[in-house]
Design a protein around this ligand. Structure first.
Ligand SMILES: O=C1CC[C@@H](CCC(=O)N2CCC(COc3ccc(F)cc3Cl)CC2)N1
Length: 320
């Protein structure tokens, strides 16, 4: 609540446009937004936001960007690792996801996700003007992260991508399906393309169970119109890659059926960043941060040492 006030999020009391005695805005789960940290996006929608603060004073910021159908509270484990490194971690639920407003998994322009990201980034830059900022995106959140960094290249010290959406997977976007989706988008935009198969998310049965039973995860079908926006995103990402200069740490599993690993190979070969690393995990599925213990612990260790090195832990070139 205090954080929400500090970030200028409106609360019922001081929202002039709310007439006396009217009911406060409620989250999709029926919780008044006066009780949730949030900000209001450019379309006036309440965007649920989350902050994980270190015990000491923060030495950097990490902006976590979640994927399609899920929500930012699924990143609690990763956030704990980062607060232990004295990062202040922040994130939010994209419009139409989790505890934010908006029709479930519905977007008429992918750029809205990027616009809302930049608004949150600016809120945090105002609050912590002198801290370096990193971003970590997963899957569709990876595409949103790439496009956010592309718009604000000077705001970020590094980008971490966990199986990002760069190229659509061959199953979900055969040339026929792409053609059909674009055509259908005019006649049946709300037609369902089918939902994400939970067994594709991870080999870790507990994590698949957690995903399947999570009430904040959207398990409905993906609309044609949403699929078309994802295709729109992949083509915008491909255009952004040749100009990309920010340090990148990439992770991808070889058996990922939701986002094609070829996308990460294309990315690592195309970006101009001097510091770029791709870690491939043999046999791993999509959500590497929620995979079998040996995979997830390795990913978290790699993230830790990469960040320590970036923050001038050892061998940074900026010591004069
Ligand atoms: O932990 C977790 C739980 C959820 C998962 C993240 C899911 C996510 O974000 N995906 C996976 C599905 C992918 C479908 O892609 C398309 C579909 C139709 C289409 F027409 C064009 C495309 Cl490109 C988009 C990206 N991770």
């Amino acid at each position: 609540e205090a954080l929400a006030d500090k970030h200028g999020a409106s609360t019922a009391g001081d929202t002039p446009m709310m007439p006396e005695g009217s009911t406060p805005a409620l989250s999709p789960q029926g919780v008044p937004y006066t009780e949730l940290s949030h900000y209001i996006n450019a379309d006036g929608q309440h965007i649920f936001s989350r902050y994980w603060k270190p015990s000491g004073s923060p030495r950097a910021l990490m902006f976590i960007v979640h994927g399609a159908g899920e929500h930012c509270c699924r990143y609690d484990d990763l956030a704990q690792i980062l607060t232990a490194l004295n990062f202040l971690v922040f994130s939010h639920d994209h419009v139409g996801h989790g505890q934010s407003e908006g029709e479930r998994m519905t977007i008429h322009d992918f750029h809205i996700f990027v616009r809302d990201n930049i608004q949150h980034l600016d809120l945090m830059k105002k609050q912590y003007p002198d801290l370096p900022i990193f971003m970590c995106g997963h899957s569709m959140g990876g595409a949103i992260a790439i496009l956010t960094v592309d718009e604000r290249p000077d705001d970020f010290s590094g980008l971490i991508l966990i199986s990002p959406l760069v190229l659509p997977s061959p199953q979900s976007a055969t040339s026929f399906k792409v053609f059909a989706a674009k055509l259908l988008n005019y006649v049946l935009p709300n037609l369902s393309l089918g939902s994400i198969d939970p067994s594709f998310v991870s080999r870790n049965k507990k994590e698949v169970e957690a995903y399947t039973t999570d009430p904040l995860v959207y398990h409905g079908g993906m609309k044609v119109s949403f699929g078309v926006q994802l295709l729109n995103a992949t083509s915008r990402v491909e255009k952004a890659l040749p100009l990309f200069k920010v340090p990148v740490l990439l992770f991808h599993g070889t058996l990922d059926k939701l986002c094609d690993i070829r996308g990460s190979h294309v990315m690592i070969d195309t970006i101009q960043s001097e510091e770029k690393t791709l870690k491939v995990y043999e046999g791993a599925f999509h959500a590497l941060h929620k995979e079998l213990p040996e995979v997830t612990s390795s990913v978290f260790q790699e993230i830790e040492s990469w960040l320590q090195q970036k923050l001038g832990g050892t061998g940074s070139s900026n010591i004069v």
